[in-house]
Design a protein around this ligand. Structure first.
Ligand SMILES: [Zn+2]
Length: 324
């Protein structure tokens, strides 16, 4: 087995590629450039190839020491063919695009695709906050809420790789319609935009809160980070918002805990930077709701790999695939 692999992250704003030592998860070289998704999939794929070539060149590691390429995509790829089936949040026509085949033809390395948040879960389990446990759930809370599950020491993929969509756990009966086609999904109540929207509503309703002051009452500038900043100053409205978002997250996490009885639940993504402000109501909700699993054996922890998690997990994915 080669010790080095390439990880690629196809993001909405940035295309990132890294050469990773997959023995310890260390990033040797990483580069990024704008995705320019509006140019269409062909242009993006060509740019991906040159970015990978640049990473190889900068790292100085010869291509014959590279075991393969893993690509994290913001959607559900066909794990068998390596085709991108549908990327709902990326402009351009990404339906049935043979991405793995294209990269393989250009770079002569085996290529494996995986959902981008499953890459994060895989990296945190193998090299980060979830090291050493058999069962783990991972929540990546940002613009959306992504997730991933590790069961019995293995990334759990389910039918066609669709398992682990923890942002679409239903937390509200007859709740808000969600982009996934369902309603009442966690993502509608605890994602960055959901938290920001609650803040905007309070400001528009004329409540006295730091949230409006922090953005000079330019409400379009209110983000989840604004609510976090206000909450850190002790603003009661901001704390109420996190109380509510954290309670919804706690309901979802309670369901996951009773379903898989994990040793660790890992939280990452921009919203998780709120820290204990978010996690305190999660803990409280779990304590109230979960009685069938010994909670003293379930740790709630922060993701450790930060922005590199997706790249490291993508790079490690070919290793997992070659073990099968
Ligand atoms: Zn949904």
């Amino acid at each position: 087995m080669n010790d080095y692999h390439i990880g690629v992250d196809l993001g909405g704003t940035h295309l990132r590629a890294a050469l990773v030592d997959t023995r310890d998860g260390q990033v040797v070289t990483s580069l990024k450039e704008p995705t320019f998704a509006y140019e269409g999939h062909q242009a993006v794929m060509e740019r991906m190839v040159s970015l990978i070539r640049s990473v190889l060149e900068v790292s100085g590691i010869p291509i014959d020491r590279i075991g393969g390429i893993g690509v994290g995509v913001p959607g559900t790829p066909d794990l068998k063919t390596g085709d991108v089936k549908f990327l709902p949040n990326l402009p351009g026509n990404w339906r049935d695009v043979p991405l793995a085949r294209f990269l393989n033809q250009k770079l002569a390395l085996p290529v494996f695709l995986l959902n981008d948040v499953r890459c994060v879960a895989l990296a945190e389990w193998r090299f980060g906050a979830g090291r050493g446990v058999q069962n783990m759930a991972c929540y990546a809370i940002g613009t959306g809420i992504g997730g991933g599950l590790v069961l019995n020491g293995k990334l759990h993929l389910g039918i066609d790789g669709t398992a682990g969509e923890l942002g679409h756990q239903v937390v509200e009966l007859n709740g808000l319609p969600c982009g996934c086609g369902g309603r009442g999904c966690l993502e509608m109540y605890a994602s960055g935009p959901a938290i920001a929207a609650m803040g905007i509503k309070f400001v528009l309703q004329g409540h006295t809160t730091r949230i409006g002051e922090l953005v000079d009452f330019k409400i379009e500038k209110i983000t989840a980070a604004t609510i976090t900043a206000a909450a850190r100053e002790g603003d009661p409205i901001a704390l109420t918002i996190f109380q509510q978002a954290g309670s919804y997250l706690g309901i979802a996490v309670s369901s996951v805990i009773v379903a898989i009885s994990p040793q660790k639940v890992v939280f990452g993504g921009g919203v998780a930077e709120a820290g204990e402000i978010l996690l305190a109501p999660v803990r409280k909700t779990i304590q109230e709701r979960v009685h069938m699993v010994p909670l003293d054996k379930v740790q709630l922890v922060w993701a450790e790999l930060g922005n590199n998690a997706g790249l490291v997990g993508a790079a490690y994915w070919p290793v997992v695939c070659s073990q099968v």
